[in-house]
Design a protein around this ligand. Structure first.
Ligand SMILES: Nc1nc2c(ncn2[C@@H]2O[C@H](COP(=O)(O)OP(=O)(O)OP(=O)(O)O)[C@@H](O)[C@H]2O)c(=O)[nH]1
Length: 138
């Protein structure tokens, strides 16, 4: 069967941020479907579980909310994803946190994907983790 450009892109990526609007249930449903697409594309490649971050945007528009925070959180829990609610309009910090969360998980994934490690590999991975902790605490 012919692989679509979309599927090729899905297979290529090492991590995903899927954004919906908390005021738009259709966008939430699309995210839910996209997660299934990503998971099955990656299963096809026998790849390790790739990190997916679900982002509910437009948190500032609470009076127009149609998707509850709990629904986003539950979707993340059921699909082994990570969840953030943000307002891209109000501040960039929450958006930054979501991207940072994804990058951290991708790095963690790369460390565990290299298993099984020899003694040399274990020492290298431990050093990488502790070096990161040192940087984080600065
Ligand atoms: N109030 C509010 N508006 C936002 C937020 N993020 C984006 N918008 C607005 O939503 C509209 C669509 O934003 P786009 O960046 O074009 O995003 P899009 O993915 O094309 O979204 P849609 O057009 O809604 O499908 C623009 O008018 C943005 O200013 C947010 O966090 N809060």
């Amino acid at each position: 069967m012919e692989t679509s450009l979309f599927e090729k892109k899905v297979r290529w990526a090492d991590g995903y941020i899927l954004v919906y609007s908390i005021c738009d249930r259709a966008s939430f449903n699309s995210v839910s479907r996209l997660i299934q697409t990503i998971r099955s594309a990656k299963d096809y490649l026998n790849a390790d579980k790739v990190p997916i971050v679900i982002v509910g945007n437009k948190k500032d528009l609470h009076h127009r909310r149609t998707v509850l925070s709990e629904e986003g959180r539950l979707l993340a829990l059921n699909t082994d994803c990570h969840f953030y609610e943000v307002s891209a309009a109000e501040n960039y910090h929450s958006v930054l946190m979501a991207f940072q969360g994804l990058v951290d998980r991708m790095k963690d994934g790369k460390l565990t994907a290299k298993r099984p490690l020899g003694l040399k590999g274990i020492v290298k991975s431990m050093s990488a983790v502790f070096a990161r902790r040192r940087i984080d605490s600065i």
